[in-house]
Design a protein around this ligand. Structure first.
Ligand code: NCD
Length: 327
C-alpha cells in the first residue's frame, strides 16, 4: 500500500454541481456524503426482514457488475443490493468475456454503454481502474469502486464504519486498531480515511514492520509493532486478512510466526477494552490472523458486517443514481 497514490479522486467523485456521482475512494469524500450514505443505509436495513425484500428505487435502471478479481461477499452483496432496489443487473463474468481476448476496459465499457447501462460496479487488480472508467464516462453513468489493487475499497470501509457506529457506539470517541497486513490492504487505507473524516480520535495500525511500515504514520495513524501495547485501551479491532497473493516472499517469514505474534486469540483479546468489537472483512484465514474462538465468539460482528454491507451498497447505488436525497 502506498501512501502517495493519488488519482485526483477528490474532484472526480463529484459532478459540476458538487453532487456525489461516483464512489471511488473514501479519500476526498466529505463528511456530509459519508453521513448521508450511513443514514440512508439505516433506512434500507429493515428491507431485509420483509417478506418482499424489494423497493422500486432503481426500477428501470441497469447496473453492470464487472469483477476482474475473485470475490464472494462484495460481488454477491452488490448484485443483491441492485436487485433489491429493483434494478436490472448484468453480471459480467470476466474470465468468459472478451477481456480474455484482449479487449480493453474502456472498449468493454463503451459496448455496455451502447446497451444503456446506468451504472458500473468494478473490481480490478490494477489500482486506479475504477478512476479510469469514471474519467472515461464523466457524468454519463455512475461508477463504484469495489476494490482496485492495493489502493481502495470504499464500500468495505463504509460498511465497517456503519457497523462500528451501530454496534460499538459513536465513532467520535472510539479508539480503533487495524491489525495485520496493512501494507497490502486496500481495506485498511479506505478505513483510515473514513474513520478520520468521521472524527475518530485515535486510529492505530498494528503488525510486523514489513507489513506495517513506519511511513504509515503520514496518514495520521499511530503505528505499533507489538500487539499487547497496540491493543491497550482499544474499543474496536479491525483484523485484516494476510494477503498471500500480493505478498513478495521476503515480507513474511512464516504464517506460524505471524500467528504467534499478531494472531487474535481469546487471551489476547483481553488486552483490549472489555467487550471490544472484532471486525474482519473476510475471507478469513482461521488460525492465522484470527483464531476460530474469536471469529465465532461473542465480540465478533463479522456476519453483521456482511448484512450491513448489503444495506450500505443499496444506499450507495441509490444515492449515486440520484434516486435518494441529494446533498
Ligand atoms: C477484501 C478485499 O477483497 O479487498 N475482502 C472483501 O472485499 N470482503 C479483503 C481481503 O481480500 O482480504
Amino acid at each position: 500500500m502506498s501512501a502517495t497514490l493519488r488519482f485526483g479522486e477528490g474532484n472526480l467523485q463529484y459532478d459540476a454541481q458538487g453532487r456525489l456521482r461516483h464512489l471511488l475512494s473514501t479519500e476526498g469524500l466529505r463528511e456530509r456524503e459519508l453521513l448521508q450514505i450511513l443514514d440512508t443505509a439505516e433506512s434500507f436495513l429493515s428491507i431485509a426482514n420483509r417478506s418482499v425484500k424489494k423497493t422500486p428505487t432503481l426500477r428501470g435502471r441497469t447496473i453492470a457488475n464487472l469483477f476482474f478479481e475473485n470475490s464472494t461477499r462484495t460481488r454477491s452483496t452488490f448484485e443483491l443490493a441492485a436487485k433489491r432496489l429493483s434494478a436490472d443487473v448484468l453480471n459480467i463474468a470476466v474470465s468468459t468475456s472478451s477481456a480474455s481476448k484482449g479487449e480493453s476496459l474502456t472498449d468493454m465499457i463503451d459496448n455496455l454503454m451502447a446497451m444503456q447501462v446506468d451504472g458500473f460496479v468494478i473490481r480490478h487488480p490494477e489500482a486506479g481502474a475504477a478512476h479510469l472508467v469514471a474519467r472515461h464516462l464523466g457524468d454519463s453513468a455512475l461508477v463504484v469502486n469495489a476494490g482496485d489493487g492495493q489502493h481502495a475499497h470504499p464500500t468495505q470501509a463504509l460498511l465497517d464504519v456503519f457497523t462500528i457506529r451501530r454496534l460499538g457506539g459513536p465513532i467520535e470517541d472510539r479508539v480503533v486498531a487495524i491489525v495485520g497486513d496493512v501494507f497490502h490492504s486496500r481495506v485498511a487505507r479506505s478505513q483510515i480515511h473514513a474513520l478520520s473524516v468521521l472524527g475518530c480520535p485515535e486510529i492505530r495500525v498494528i503488525g510486523p514492520r514489513t507489513l506495517v511500515p513506519e511511513e504509515l504514520s503520514a496518514l495520521g495513524v499511530h503505528v505499533y509493532h507489538d500487539l499487547q501495547a497496540g491493543l491497550r485501551g482499544v474499543d474496536v479491532i479491525c483484523a485484516l486478512r494476510l494477503q498471500r497473493e500480493r505478498m513478495e516472499s521476503h515480507r513474511l517469514p512464516s504464517l506460524d510466526e505471524f500467528h504467534r505474534r499478531f494472531g487474535l486469540t481469546p487471551e489476547r483479546l483481553q488486552w483490549a477494552e472489555p467487550g471490544a468489537l472484532v471486525l474482519h472483512p473476510g475471507p478469513m484465514n482461521r488460525g492465522v490472523e484470527i483464531a476460530s474462538e474469536v471469529a465465532d465468539g461473542a465480540q465478533a460482528v463479522i456476519l453483521q458486517q456482511v448484512a450491513h454491507g448489503l444495506a450500505v451498497r443499496m444506499a450507495v447505488l441509490a444515492i449515486l443514481a440520484g434516486a435518494v436525497g441529494g446533498v
